[in-house]
Design a protein. Structure first.
Length: 82
């Protein structure tokens, strides 16, 4: 197992970690491991295509049909130095 050391944890965070650990009957170290494991386990659930997520969120509102816009041909790039 690997070890990590976390420095400069403010007192309020440390106090909240200690309280949470006591509430769950664990040491502060065990509580920190559980918090990290839980936070990183849910990360994969959020990994998906942004467009798909937006489409799902607004699907109940219905779609919008936009007219196709006519495009002009691309212009030639300027020729500098002539």
């Amino acid at each position: 197992m690997a070890s990590i050391l976390i420095r400069q944890v403010d007192e309020q965070t440390k106090r909240r970690l200690r309280t949470s650990a006591a509430r769950h009957g664990r040491s502060m170290e065990e509580e920190a491991r559980a918090i990290l494991k839980g936070a990183l386990a849910t990360e994969k659930a959020h990994e998906r295509n942004l467009a798909v997520s937006i489409r799902r969120r607004f699907a109940s509102l219905g779609g919008v049909e936009l007219p196709e816009l006519m495009r002009e041909p691309m212009r030639r790039p300027p020729r500098f130095g002539k």
